[in-house]
Design a protein around this ligand. Structure first.
Ligand code: MN
Length: 492
């Protein structure tokens, strides 16, 4: 399949190959409709316009999203480019597809004009997501194909699209736990947004990662052998090289010192059983010494986006340092294709668990995952229940903080930085002064007024804060001032 200009036959083949009950009639109808609308229009790349919606639909089909979403992918540009009305779409394809196409069309109205528009963009994306997360999936697929043909666009368009991808789409894909999509988006945008850094990073990649590949193959074989000997059931063992943009960002954090990056190469060990994950971790440590401080249990303590896995970095043969990622197939799928099992996991997963408890905890998590087997189906209908008890609040710079419902400006301040929380004296919500105990709402823009000379937080805040983070930090800080106060008394 030509991923730049796929045909309807490619799409149909893709669907026949991976869907249980493929409704090809719907797909054909959507295609015929879109083809008629786009007519003889050509893309800057010299391809007929229709190749773009087909490519978008192909990516959605690869993600195994419902055929309504795939059809909406085929139709996603007909309102904008073809003056097709909502009623017409609804009559032909039903209200669900019409809703998706309409929402997608609205979403693009605010296009990126640099950082001052950033906040507005984010807000729109999040609001769209809160209505129907599938709109954002279509947006991702649309953007991925636009990036593939970005070479044919004028240079200012290249800059804007790539920057917007890195600033907005990447982080949102990450937030949704869609690592695969995030990686694809970022790598496709990188060379346009930062051409020089891209070339430099590529050079580093080729000097340090490419030569490791034969070694990784060897290592994978070795790991399979060890698992076989230990009688562990596993689904697969495979290597992954760090993605280019991710490498670039990490290097920036590590003073551009490649020696300080320990996950250039990771080997993923996909296990059938959650309990076996821990067993495998032990077995691997028995064979190769772990680097201290690098063992991470994201199974009992998932990342905020729901990501679960065990990580460890080991000293392998011949002086190689390799990160091992151990997880179940379900965790793996969630990690790659996401949508966050997110806050639901918080309840079961985030408490520190002791020996006996952790077994129960694991069983709970496992059950939850097995209930989620058809999560891609559910995802289809998911009107982002996950976000229901959370709110998104924006900083004046457009960063998004996710907070529990009823969170206050003090929670918000501590979510940004301890110092901001400690020194907060007042807050503005949507540019109006409010009390620090005012409940924030999704989409609010909140600004914290700080007083640098303020000694620390007010213990009374404990009465209304909603996040543990804020509570903990207020307690710590008030304890500290107490000590400071005692010290002062003693010294005088
Ligand atoms: Mn498009």
């Amino acid at each position: 399949m030509d991923s730049i200009a796929p045909t309807i036959e490619d799409l149909e083949e893709l669907i026949t190959g991976s869907y249980k009950n493929p409704n090809l009639k719907l797909i054909r109808e959507a295609y015929n409709f879109a083809e008629k609308v786009h007519g003889q229009t050509m893309r800057d790349s010299g391809h007929p316009y229709i190749t773009h919606p087909v490519a978008t639909a192909c990516r959605l089909a690869e993600m195994n999203l419902g055929l309504n979403v795939v059809a909406a992918g085929l139709l996603h540009d007909v309102m904008e480019d073809g003056d097709v009305g909502r009623e017409e779409l609804e009559k032909k394809f039903g209200s669900e597809i019409a809703n998706l196409v309409e929402a997608e069309t609205k979403l693009r109205k605010a296009y990126y004009k640099g950082i001052e528009r950033y906040s507005e963009n984010m807000r729109r994306m999040f609001l769209a997501m809160a209505t129907d997360v599938r709109v954002v999936f279509i947006k991702f697929a649309d953007r991925l194909h636009n990036l593939k043909t970005l070479y044919a666009r004028p240079i200012d368009k290249q800059r804007r699209t790539s920057q917007e991808t890195l600033d907005i789409y990447g982080p949102i894909a990450g937030r949704l736990g869609m690592r695969e999509i995030k990686g694809e988006l970022e790598d496709a945008a990188f060379s346009y947004a930062y051409p020089e850094d891209y070339l430099k990073t590529l050079e580093i990649y080729e000097a340090h990662i490419t030569p490791l590949k034969p070694y990784v193959d060897e290592l994978i074989e070795k790991i399979c052998q060890i698992l076989d000997e230990a009688d562990i059931n596993y689904t697969s063992v495979h290597g992954r090289a760090k993605r280019l943009y991710s490498l670039y960002k990490k290097l920036k954090r590590k003073d551009n010192d490649i020696e300080k990056v320990h996950d250039l190469i990771a080997v993923r060990i996909i296990i059938n059983d959650v309990a076996d994950c821990y067993a495998v971790l032990g077995i691997m440590h028995n064979r190769w010494a772990p680097m201290s401080g690098r063992i991470k249990d994201y199974i009992s303590q998932p990342k905020p986006n729901g990501y679960q896995s065990l990580h460890t970095t080991v000293f392998c043969d011949r002086g190689h340092i390799v990160e091992l990622q151990i997880r179940t197939q379900e965790m793996h799928e969630l990690a790659e294709y996401g949508v966050a099992a997110h806050w639901r996991f918080k309840e079961t997963g985030s408490n520190k668990v002791k020996t006996v408890e952790w077994m129960e905890e694991l069983a709970k998590i496992q059950k939850e995952i097995s209930d989620k087997k058809d999560y891609l189906d559910k995802l289809e209908k998911l009107k982002i229940d996950i976000f229901q008890d959370r709110i998104f609040v924006f900083t004046p710079k457009g960063d998004v903080m996710d907070l529990p419902e009823e969170a206050t400006p003090v929670d918000f301040a501590y979510a940004i930085h301890t110092d901001i929380g400690d020194k907060a004296v007042a807050a503005k919500i949507n540019e109006k002064m409010v009390n620090l105990d005012t409940a924030l709402k999704s989409g609010d823009m909140c600004e914290i007024v700080v007083d640098k000379n303020r000694k620390g937080p007010n213990a009374d805040w404990l009465k209304f804060v909603k996040t543990n983070q804020a509570r903990q930090k207020i307690k710590n800080a008030t304890k500290k001032t107490m000590k400071g106060w005692l010290r002062e008394i003693i010294h005088h």
